[in-house]
Design a protein around this ligand. Structure first.
Ligand SMILES: [Zn+2]
Length: 132
């Protein structure tokens, strides 16, 4: 290629790169904004859940800690991931050291705390999937 062709192709690529960079920056700031919105929503939800749990607790003096005590033979285990917040209803998969939760997560027995079967399940999907 001639120098002229080279410079023409390079400047076309540079222009395209600059456009892609703008798109990338716009997408990144949209991504960040969406992450922020998710965080805000999650926090609002958690606050609402806490408030609901607190008022329910106040209404019923005998109520157990937040969460449901659930007896469900399909998910007899109660697990809490080491860095997790929620107690899940779980069951060992036959012949493995892995558990499947009622909310359909896979857990390795090494990465979760194993709790008493009477421990209230606090994971909302697990609560839904083990009732009725
Ligand atoms: Zn769960």
């Amino acid at each position: 290629m001639t120098r002229e062709e080279y410079e023409e192709r390079m400047s076309a690529l540079e222009a395209e790169t600059a456009r892609a960079r703008e798109v990338h920056i716009a997408a990144k700031s949209r991504f960040d904004a969406l992450c922020d919105k998710q965080r805000v929503l999650r926090t609002a939800w958690q606050d609402q859940q806490k408030a609901a749990a607190a008022s329910e607790k106040a209404a019923q003096a005998t109520v157990a800690p937040a969460g449901f005590v659930i007896k469900n033979s399909a998910y007899p285990c109660r697990t809490k991931p080491h860095r997790g917040r929620h107690v899940h209803a779980a069951a060992y998969r036959t012949g493995t050291v892995s558990l499947t939760t009622a909310c359909n997560k896979q857990q390795d027995e090494e990465t979760v705390d194993h709790l008493d079967e009477d421990t209230p399940v606090t994971c909302p999907p697990c609560q839904r999937n083990t009732q009725g």
